[in-house]
Design a protein around this ligand. Structure first.
Ligand SMILES: N[C@@H](CCC(=O)N[C@@H](CS)C(=O)NCC(=O)O)C(=O)O
Length: 208
């Protein structure tokens, strides 16, 4: 049985969503953020020394990075679903989106969050952060201009990995400027498997 170490309001929600899309059985081990610091509880360090989620266990295997988890679950358990044929050029785009989420797009959004907490002290950094946020969200909005999902008409693991970017952008009030991005978030959040995963995962402020 696949075990998901799941933190409320976190990136592990997308792993639950993937498992629901694939219809795979799984067990959730739950961790609750500290209400003051928003940090994960120390118990998570016992399973991942970084103290971060998501983490999955599948037999003897443990993985601690979202894109690797998504790639693994689809490759090992997907039976060809949710990824393009690995011999096609679409697959190369798929892998690029898997990396793009945490390797590129997330950084300006995280900087926005952290520097925002500095109040006036962070003001000199905001123009640069805002221009980088606009750079990445604009790129994503453009990519979503022709097809309902990142790789075409069908949902893939790339959408699931990138979903947290769309949701954090929404939480930061960015979506009115990016209509394709806003429509994509609305589209994937309406999927039955997404709704089911939110029910299973519990508190997830980004589903609103
Ligand atoms: N790049 C990692 C990021 C993991 C990560 O930062 N997870 C956050 C949740 S969204 C976390 O566990 N934060 C709790 C903490 O830092 O205490 C991934 O995508 O899996």
């Amino acid at each position: 049985m696949i075990i998901v170490h799941h933190l409320n309001n976190s990136r592990s929600q997308r792993i639950l969503w993937l498992l629901e899309e694939l219809g795979l059985p799984y067990e959730i081990k739950r961790y609750q953020r500290d209400p003051k610091t928003n940090l994960a509880p120390p118990e998570l360090k016992a399973i991942n020394a970084l103290g971060k989620s998501p983490v999955i266990e599948d037999g003897d295997l443990k993985l601690i990075e979202s894109a690797a988890i998504i790639d693994y679950l689809i490759r090992r358990h997907g039976q060809g679903r949710l990824q393009p044929d690995p011999t096609t050029a679409a697959y190369d785009q798929y892998v690029q989106w898997l990396h793009f989420a945490e390797g590129s797009a997330m950084l300006p959004l995280m900087l926005n969050l952290y520097v925002g907490r500095l109040g006036e002290a962070g003001a000199p950094l905001h123009p640069r952060i805002e221009s980088e946020v606009a750079n990445y969200l604009g790129y994503l909005n453009e990519a979503l201009g022709k097809t309902p999902y990142l790789l075409g008409d069908e949902l893939s693991g790339a959408d699931i990995q990138m979903s947290f970017i769309g949701e954090v952008a929404k939480a930061q009030g960015k979506l009115p400027t990016y209509p394709n991005l806003a429509a994509w978030v609305q589209r994937f959040q309406a999927r039955p498997a997404y709704r089911k995963a939110v029910e299973q995962g519990g508190e997830y402020a980004f589903a609103r």
